[in-house]
Design a protein around this ligand. Sequence first.
Ligand code: GAR
Length: 210
Amino acid sequence: MPRLAVLVSGRGSNFDALRAAIAAGRLHAEIALLASNRADAPALVRARAADIATFASDSRGSGDRAAWDRAFMAAVAAAQPDLIVLAGFMRRLDATAVAPWLGRMLNIHPSLLPKYPGLDTHQRVLAAGDAEHGASVHFVTAELDGGPVLAQARMPVLPGDTPADLAARLLPLEHQLLVAAVAAVASGRCRMQGTAILCGGQILHAPLQL
Ligand code: GAR
């Protein structure tokens, strides 16, 4: 059974979606670790209640970024994951921390990458007047939200939408998207090769659509 390490910074609804999919037999994997860079992340409480191993180390005020990344990723590696899933993990890991996990680390991001890497994606979609918004799951590389995109979910932007409206409407799509993307990689169907993605042995020319 593929082992997942899930990294979160807060609420953890995407973590819950992974857990629910595993419980329902829709995702064949086990969560070996929930790790957080926030000691008070609500997701930690639910993981502990579900007997999932947890690791938390607050990155706020940690000073030496590289040292924190190294220690954090050492704790993650100790769980021997096959795949690391960044599910609302709001800290940028440096290139050295990411390098050993190239091809084995996924991130969910609330935009249609390559549009709007970074923060405040919902506001930026509205400011740009986009007709469409969505979420992406990509392989993590050293470039912020810049690795090859495996899968996307799309939705229309409606008249009068606020950033909160977009976030709320996108979240259930994110949950489905993350489960589908993790399943595709955990099962071995899709993998990263260089800057490309192979699914079923074929190069993926456009992200899988939910
Ligand atoms: C999700 O919307 C996810 O896409 C976003 O944080 C939220 C976490 O929600 N991630 C990023 O913005 C990463 N740059 P959750 O804690 O309920 O899963």
